[in-house]
Design a protein around this ligand. Structure first.
Ligand code: ZN
Ligand code: ZN
Length: 390
């Protein structure tokens, strides 16, 4: 998908407390690798509030509350998790205690920031979770005035980017789940039905096919397909529409899916039929380029060159892809300027698009994971335009 990470949060919120109560067992290696990497980076402690970093480190899907919950991972010494007293039962029911993390509950009249600061009195540099709220950042700054603040991604992005085999397995299952939804698209895309009504049915199918939350549903029909950020609207599907369907969710294991396919209700416009093969070739070119040892930006260039040489360069208005894992968008970004060298275990989308404003648009998106030599595609349904009854 192309939208902002906080849209993912909205999807989780809509799914409610089911996600929050899930116990996900994660490998204790993640915590120990984070500690070692923090020490190497000269960071005395990581401060991790609810969000993707906390989910990745502990499996704990904490509610994002104004009361402070914060995992503290010191470079030396034992990790502990500060949580509101009333959340302690939920913490204890999560995977946190199994990782040997001390749980420190705080009472309603206590200052949890002082509680953290007391234990980090000598810290000169702390890494804050990238999705930490501004209120928490500033209160930590006040509580730890001698500690320089940096981003936890200095340590965690590299670790999260290289997926362990259990994470690749989880992403593969997420890919299979979203593929099953795409295979049912004839049920949902019917002439005379609005994008919004089709989107509701697709959202239900995303849950039915094995996701725990719906993160986003994009149904861009006809001219709406030319807006990469279009979600669903009141437009009614018509005969002759090309339809962009970009959908994703999060599985009970905590890993995200994201896949775009193109559909046509009857015969799509001639111009669309002209550029779609270009897009398809561009997606194949990027997939052929992606392998260990090449840069992220070279994968973007592979897709962009094909589209530009066909004269549609100005219509490819976004980067070619993004990493995916416990967040829909994470490192590595497949974009010009990113010289990150790709390695086995990295997982990301390859999703070039061509968008003609006011007319129609197209995108093809697969999640791929780097193997020893090339890629494994985690989405395997037909990448050609899928014709549906008009
Ligand atoms: Zn997508
Ligand atoms: Zn995507």
């Amino acid at each position: 998908m192309l939208s902002l990470p906080d849209r993912t949060r909205r999807g989780r919120a809509a799914a409610g407390y089911i996600a929050a109560m899930t116990v996900r067992a994660v490998s204790p290696d993640r915590l120990s690798h984070a500690r070692t990497a923090a020490a190497t980076a000269g960071i005395d402690a990581l401060l991790v509030t609810p969000g993707p970093d906390l989910r990745w480190l502990t499996g704990y899907e904490a509610l994002p509350l104004e009361r402070l919950t914060c995992l503290v991972v010191p470079a030396e010494g034992e990790s502990f998790l500060v949580a509101p007293g009333l959340e302690v039962p939920a913490v204890e029911a999560s995977g946190v205690p199994g990782l040997g993390i001390e749980v420190v509950g705080w009472g309603e009249t206590e200052d949890p920031y002082a509680l953290v600061a007391d234990r980090l009195a000598t810290a000169s540099r702390v890494g804050l979770a990238n999705r930490m709220w501004a209120e928490q950042v500033l209160r930590f700054r006040a509580a730890l005035p001698a500690a320089e603040q940096t981003l936890a991604s200095d340590v965690l992005a590299d670790l999260r980017m290289r997926k362990a085999p259990d994470e690749v397995d989880a992403l593969r299952r997420a890919g299979q789940a979203i593929d099953r939804v795409h295979q049912r698209m004839a049920e949902f895309l019917v002439p005379g039905r609005s994008e919004r009504d089709a989107g509701r049915l697709i959202a239900a199918a995303i849950l039915e096919e094995g996701h725990q939350t719906v993160d986003f549903v994009i149904v861009g029909s006809g001219p709406n397909g030319a807006s990469p950020h279009h979600e669903v609207g009141s437009r009614v599907l018509e005969s002759g529409d090309a339809v962009v369907v970009d959908i994703g969710g999060t599985t009970p294991e905590g890993y995200c899916s994201d896949c775009t396919r193109m559909y046509a209700l009857g015969e799509p416009p001639a111009e669309f039929r002209e550029y779609f093969p270009v897009l398809h070739a561009a997606q194949l070119a990027a997939c052929a380029q992606a392998r260990p040892g090449v840069t992220a930006e070279s994968v973007d260039a592979a897709a962009r060159t094909v589209i530009a040489e066909a004269g549609f360069g100005a219509a490819f208005v976004h980067r070619t892809g993004h990493g995916i894992g416990v967040e829909t968008h994470e490192d590595p970004y497949i974009v010009s300027g990113n010289t990150t060298v790709l390695e086995p275990g990295m997982a990301f989308s390859i999703e070039p698009g061509i968008y003609l404003a006011g007319k129609h648009g197209a995108r093809i998106e697969d999640i791929v994971v780097l193997t020893g030599e090339g890629i494994e595609r985690l989405n395997v349904t037909d990448r050609d335009v899928v014709g549906l009854p008009a």
